[in-house]
Design a protein around this ligand. Structure first.
Ligand code: HEM
Ligand code: HEM
Length: 406
């Protein structure tokens, strides 16, 4: 009789293993997305995919198991509305157990990224397809946020039954004599794991909001604000001298779906910047295209050829700001324009600025920023290279500039 009134031990094992996996995957998913391109990031992607596929397998086992072994009926002490919400959450969670991993798998296949299950090759679900990649990526992301919310609701419900109603809801999914202390220890662990995912989800959402808002903002302003070209001078604001050796414009791109990294050096620049006078602050940086390094001599030569950056005709990429705004303590937004290969595009650059004191009493500014560019917007990759199968369209810039006042 106990069996009908409580979940079978196998149901409990599947439930809790899946619950831990989902909470871990939400955390790792949002966290890995927040990292800059690195080996650690790629390794986390690999673990994320393996554990995500494990969830899919467990979801299949769970459904078959519940057909063989029916679940206990809802407790009669539950109110009607509680039963309704719990049912809605269970249906959503079941759907998510399938749609989350499948959308991740489709995304990886359509983006031409390999999927392995703990080292074993997994077949692609589809051929490379950019539109499908973007759509499944969006489904995966939106569903991840929704899942985080519904799991939170499901969790709060379970804890309310245990700690407030003091009924058997949580006990019949764990152990019959789970008391207040056992329940509290378990809740703390689960809530901590949930909070880790929640924190990175909020960070991710904030970053996306800022990026969208800043791009819209800069496009509007760029259309009404025509700037003068060339070098400018300022007698009022402190001048910052770029430390060329310590500054780097790094980038990440993909070749046949595999990521590779490279960098450019800054040739020269002018920065007149004062946090108290952002309205007058200005910046112009010239990047030396011939300095490109991608870890392969062949690729470096190809990069500067006429089909790509055409270094003979366009030896420098130029970024010029026309407005600075303070976003938070050390986050600023530089609105301006980027000229690359002769094409000028309005850009909003969100950057982090830290100013310290140097060895000789001077001020040293460390500025870092990330920016995603579409190489096709600048005509980089002519002829057959306009096809993004071999070299992806999106190039991620990792900008790091060190400048000093003399
Ligand atoms: C994180 C991912 C989670 C998923 C996907 C999930 C999924 C589910 C599903 C589908 C059920 C319905 C029973 C079944 O078919 O096995 C269920 C029941 C249950 N879950 Fe979860 N759950 C998760 C996390 C949690 C957490 C964190 C708690 C508690 C803190 C919890 C407590 C319960 C309880 C007590 C039941 C039994 C409810 C009842 O008998 O009415 N679950 N869960
Ligand atoms: C239940 C299982 C899964 C959960 C809960 C989950 C959760 C997440 C979360 C929260 C993110 C971050 C979303 C964002 O910031 O855009 C993410 C990203 C990602 N997931 Fe999953 N995932 C699961 C399964 C999978 C599987 C099975 C794969 C592939 C086989 C996969 C591949 C990816 C990839 C490639 C990304 C990065 C997307 C990007 O760079 O924008 N996921 N996942």
């Amino acid at each position: 009789m106990e069996q009908l009134d409580s979940y079978h031990v196998f149901s409990k094992i599947i439930h809790w293993v899946t619950a831990l996996l989902i909470l871990g995957l939400l955390f790792i998913g949002f966290y890995m997305n927040s990292l800059a391109f690195s080996e650690d990031k790629l390794s986390l992607y690999g673990w994320h995919k393996s554990f995500g596929l494990l969830v899919l397998i467990l979801a299949g086992v769970r459904v078959v198991w519940h057909i063989v072994k029916p679940k206990p009926k809802p407790l009669s002490t539950h109110k009607k509305w509680e039963h309704g919400i719990a049912r809605f959450a269970h249906v959503f969670l079941y759907l998510a157990l399938f749609i989350m991993p499948i959308s991740g798998w489709v995304m990886s296949s359509a983006g031409d990224f390999t999927v392995k299950f703990f080292g074993f090759d997994v077949p692609d679900l589809t051929q490379k397809n950019e539109a499908l990649f973007q759509n499944s990526r969006q489904i995966h992301e939106i569903l991840a946020y929704t899942l985080l919310l519904i799991v939170g609701l499901h969790m709060v419900g379970a804890l309310k039954h245990h700690f407030i109603d003091r009924d058997r809801t949580l006990r019949r999914m764990t152990v019959p004599d789970l008391g207040i202390i056992g329940g509290a220890i378990m809740s703390i662990l689960v809530i901590l794991l949930y909070a880790c995912g929640g924190i990175y989800a909020v960070k991710h959402l904030k970053k996306q909001y800022l990026t969208i808002a800043s791009v819209v903002d800069s496009n509007v302003r760029a259309s009404v604000d025509e700037e003068n070209e060339g070098i400018f001078i300022s007698s009022v604001l402190p001048e910052w001298h770029i430390d060329i050796e310590d500054s780097l414009i790094g980038f990440e791109a993909t070749q046949y779906g595999q990521g590779f990294e490279g960098s450019f050096k800054i040739a020269r620049g002018q920065i007149f910047f004062d946090e108290a006078r952002l309205g007058q602050s200005k910046l112009r940086i010239e990047i030396d295209i011939s300095s490109v390094k991608t870890g392969s001599n062949d690729r470096d030569e190809q990069a500067i050829s006429t089909e790509w950056f055409d270094v003979k005709a366009f030896p420098y990429a130029i970024f010029e700001s026309h407005k600075f705004e303070k976003m938070s303590a050390n986050h600023f937004l530089a609105s301006g324009k980027l000229t690359l290969r002769g094409i000028t595009v309005p850009i909003a650059l969100l950057f982090i600025l830290n100013i310290d004191e140097g060895d000789n009493g001077e001020n040293v500014a460390h500025m870092t920023a990330k920016l995603d560019l579409n190489r096709l917007d600048f005509g980089i990759g002519q002829g057959k290279w306009q096809n993004t199968d071999a070299i992806g369209a999106v190039v991620k810039l990792n900008i790091s500039v060190v400048a000093r006042t003399k």
